[in-house]
Design a protein around this ligand. Structure first.
Ligand code: ADP
Length: 310
């Protein structure tokens, strides 16, 4: 099956700011793809160019086989975008909003079906400003489905929600995938990306620095383990430094921390050392890199370098 989204060499500038530079990625049919990155990384600009809300400077953009830059109206008709909730008027009701959005399209989904699908039947005729954050966000999702989209685009769908509303929304997004929809979302939330996304792209300073399945990125970027040891008595720094594979060793207040790319050998030698020193283990933790470690490793110090020459 051809990909639902193709972005090739997308670049966009605002005056002197290069918001997006030479970004390329593709999203397969039925995939949930996440754009991650710090504030100002270019996530929103990428989504806005792809959905035809902003003109790209250069690059090719395709959605459902349509050229977004040459056939903007046809492409937009295939995309459902979850608007930021604040852009709806306070005194509109979910039923009215769904009817209004539906009136822009030839073959819209009936409001009743979307109210049912997104658990808004009880709030169908309540003013928007009386809905909870989670209900407002569910209405945003419902609006994105009015035009039977081939691609659903969600810009920071869970920002500002409490943990239970966030969980509920994760359930909704997972259900979209089960129903065969293709979803492109942006998020700051690494745990969210790890749970929801089949693949992610991490953007830093307008460029994609890495693309792949979250698990694979974690494995690829760091085969290292982080070891934290508290023992009585504490092992001396010079003894620990001699163990095979030990790097980045820090010893302070009885706690030793180091990383190793050869965990089995390091831990075997550590066990022997503890026995030889007759030291008792109080705490020993061995941790693999998380998506957060990957993200921080890639984004630290990189977000503000777009004004420097490439
Ligand atoms: P993100 O969504 O990752 O936070 P954005 O795409 O919003 O990133 O922003 C990328 C860069 O472009 C930032 O430096 C931001 O300040 C700048 N930018 C975004 N929108 C505009 C605009 N309308 N005018 C000028 N600069 C903008």
């Amino acid at each position: 099956m051809p990909p639902t989204v193709v972005v090739r060499h997308l670049s966009k500038r605002y005056g002197a700011t290069e918001a997006v530079r030479d970004v390329s990625f593709a999203v397969g049919a039925g995939e949930i793809f996440g754009l991650l990155g710090p504030n100002g990384a270019g996530k929103t600009t990428t989504l806005e160019c792809l959905t035809g809300l902003r003109d790209a400077d250069t690059g090719e953009l395709e959605v459902c086989g349509l050229d977004v830059r040459r056939q903007p109206l046809a492409a937009k008709a295939r995309i459902g975008v979850a608007l930021q909730t604040s852009s709806l008027p306070a005194k509109i009701t979910p039923r009215e909003a769904l009817r209004l959005f539906g009136s822009f399209y030839g073959n819209p989904v009936a409001p009743a079906a979307l109210l049912e699908r997104f658990a808004l039947v009880d709030k169908a005729d309540a003013y928007f400003d009386t809905l909870s954050g989670g209900q407002q966000q569910r209405l945003s999702l419902a609006l994105a489905f009015v035009n039977r989209p081939g691609l659903v685009v969600l810009d920071e769908p869970t920002s500002g929600l409490d943990p239970s509303a966030r969980r509920e929304l994760h359930g909704e997004i997972a259900r979209m995938k089960q129903d065969g929809h293709t979803v492109l979302l942006s998020t700051h939330d690494l745990a969210e990306a790890e749970v929801l996304c089949d693949r992610i792209a991490i953007l830093v300073g307008g460029r994609i620095v890495v693309v792949g399945p979250p698990r694979e990125l974690i494995a690829r970027s760091s085969a290292r383990q982080t070891v934290t040891l508290v023992s009585a008595p504490p092992l001396g720094r010079e003894l620990l430094a001699q163990l095979p594979g030990v790097e980045d060793l820090h010893c302070a207040e009885g706690t030793a921390r180091f990383s190793t790319a050869q965990a089995p050998a390091t831990l075997a030698a550590l066990t022997a050392l503890l026995q030889a020193q007759q030291a008792e283990v109080i705490d020993l933790q061995v941790r693999k890199a998380s998506l957060e470690d990957v993200y921080l490793g890639l984004t630290q110090g990189g977000a503000d370098d777009r004004s420097k020459p490439a």
